[in-house]
Design a protein around this ligand. Structure first.
Ligand SMILES: C[S@@+](CC[C@H](N)C(=O)[O-])C[C@H]1O[C@@H](n2cnc3c(N)ncnc32)[C@H](O)[C@@H]1O
Length: 492
């Protein structure tokens, strides 16, 4: 390991995996669901602490030209990529600061602007105690009173099953170099060795082990390197995270999985009886962590909150973000499956097909059959809707970013990662594949939606004419399905 990395794998670029929950707009839904007053301001400062390659920073900056969005990371590779993408898209409100979170003296802390929102996704359970302390110091000193924080982390007890696997992979990888590509090579070697011996070892058959052994491989070497080759990876109990955040005076608001705010969607009847016997707060959250098989939690906290007007939840404006199926979508909670009564779903889908709707109006269809929180949990948890913050107008910065993202990540319509298209309407990102990036960029640059073959020929010049024809059909289908949503979210 490099001296500067505090045991974190250095010299390796992390993957891109856009999280819809890692947006102030989603945090506002979590607050509304918990009855806590908070919503994004038209002008505010947001930080992504441990920002990786800066995709979230640049997406948020592009979608919200009046916000300042700051990415902090110690990796020069990550900071360089984030900065270059921001420059290419002309995002003067996206700032990247090369920062070692473990080495922030008072002056360095004070150079970070006061924050309305601080996000820390996939960092806490990866880093040493001194880095964690640095995160808490930023939150304590720079998060404004009334500001919100998002922390996404590997959670106990479920993630504990992978602790032995992580240690084994580190032994199998041997010493990890810090030059470009060395961590990925070490990760690939460790996985290859694991494949050769897994059947002889008494390993827990966790979902992560299955993903590591999948053939053909499903995990990128960079992901494996960051996930398994860091020295300090250890999942935490929710309540221990809360205790560690104490100096920042943060109050827990809720999980970004909105269904977790509805205990009956997490626990069965007998478990609910047990829950009722436990004190409110951390003990009940622990019971949820015991019940749910998820290894990752993402939580929203607030630095001094107020009770919200009870009508806030019902006034949330929602829009369809994907084609709505005829049958009610089903939310897999990990402990069960939840769906809406079919007549309610049909009424809601019909209303959403006409444009954005307040949650309260959707729940009144038909005959007030739905509880707003359950409806919101189901609609957002299945990716069917996103919150709407602005009228459907395009923002030049969002278009510039979407074009730049396509050129960088999907030059031929292909690329690895979970991307987003910057959407001024959503004040965040619309989940997108690499092909989506290329299709939107082409339209923004004047491609004719009636001529998908021309785009197929440009993206894939080496394909045979038959191959290009097949590619054109895929493009035509995707355009037909997605263009209405890209328009309604201000992407086109
Ligand atoms: C697992 S990655 C997550 C990246 C990003 N948040 C995401 O979700 O895509 C952890 C990030 O923490 C950064 N990191 C680790 N130790 C750090 C430190 N001491 N100071 C600043 N950043 C650090 C890494 O460079 C890496 O980008």
């Amino acid at each position: 390991m490099a001296d500067w990395s505090h045991g974190y794998v250095a010299g390796s670029t992390y993957g891109i995996a856009w999280q819809s929950a890692q947006t102030p707009a989603h945090m506002a839904m979590v607050c509304a669901a918990a009855g806590v007053e908070w919503r994004p301001r038209s002008s505010m400062t947001v930080a992504d602490i441990g920002c990786g390659r800066g995709y979230a920073v640049n997406t948020l900056a592009a979608a919200n030209p009046d916000w300042t969005v700051i990415g902090l990371d110690h990796s020069p590779v990550h900071i360089a990529e984030g900065t270059q993408t921001a420059a290419r898209a002309g995002l003067s409100n996206a700032l990247f600061l090369e920062t070692d979170l473990a080495a922030l003296d008072e002056a360095a802390l004070d150079r970070i602007p006061l924050l309305d929102v601080a996000m820390v996704h996939g960092v806490w359970s990866w880093v040493s105690d001194e880095v964690r302390e640095g995160i808490v110091r930023i939150l304590a000193r720079r998060l404004k009173p009334g500001g919100v924080a998002y922390l996404g982390y590997n959670a106990l007890p479920a993630a504990g099953a992978d602790l032995g696997l992580q240690r084994l992979l580190r032994h199998l990888a041997g010493p990890v170099g810090t030059r470009p590509g060395e961590a990925e090579a070490a990760a690939a070697l460790a996985v290859e060795r694991l494949r050769g011996m897994a059947e002889h070892l008494p390993l827990r058959q966790t979902p992560m082990l299955k993903r590591l052994l999948a053939d053909p491989p499903v995990l990128e070497a960079a992901f494996v390197a960051h996930e398994f080759l860091t020295s300090h990876w250890r999942p935490v109990f929710f309540e221990d995270l809360c205790a560690a955040l104490g100096p920042a005076k943060l109050d827990f608001v809720g999980s970004t999985n909105l269904f977790e705010a509805v205990p009956s969607l997490v626990c069965d009847g007998a478990q609910l009886e047990v829950m009722a016997k436990l004190p409110e707060g951390a003990p009940r959250e622990f019971l949820k962590d015991l019940s749910l098989p998820r290894t990752f939690r993402a939580d929203v906290f607030i630095r001094g909150g107020h009770r919200a007007d009870p009508r806030t939840l019902e006034s949330l404006l929602l829009a369809a973000a994907a084609p709505l199926p005829e049958e009610s979508p089903v939310l897999e909670t990990g402990t069960g499956r939840a769906a809406m009564p079919q007549p309610a779903w049909e009424a809601i889908a019909a209303a959403l097909a006409t444009g954005p709707q307040p949650l309260g109006a959707l729940c009144a269809l038909p005959e007030r059959a739905l509880h707003p929180l359950e409806a919101l949990a189901l609609l957002t948890g299945t990716g069917m809707v996103l919150p709407v913050y602005r009228p459907p107008e395009r923002a030049p910065a969002a278009s510039r970013f979407n074009i730049a993202a396509a050129a960088i990540h999907a030059p031929n319509g292909e690329g690895t990662g979970h991307f987003a298209l910057a959407s001024p309407v959503a004040a965040g990102g619309l989940p997108a594949t690499a092909l989506d990036l290329a299709l939107v960029a082409a339209l923004l640059q004047g491609a004719d939606p009636e001529d998908p073959l021309a785009l197929a020929q440009r993206l894939q010049p080496d394909l045979s004419p038959e191959g290009q024809q097949r590619a054109a059909e895929i493009i035509a289908d995707r355009w037909e399905e997605r263009i209405p949503f890209w328009r309604s979210f201000g992407v086109l």
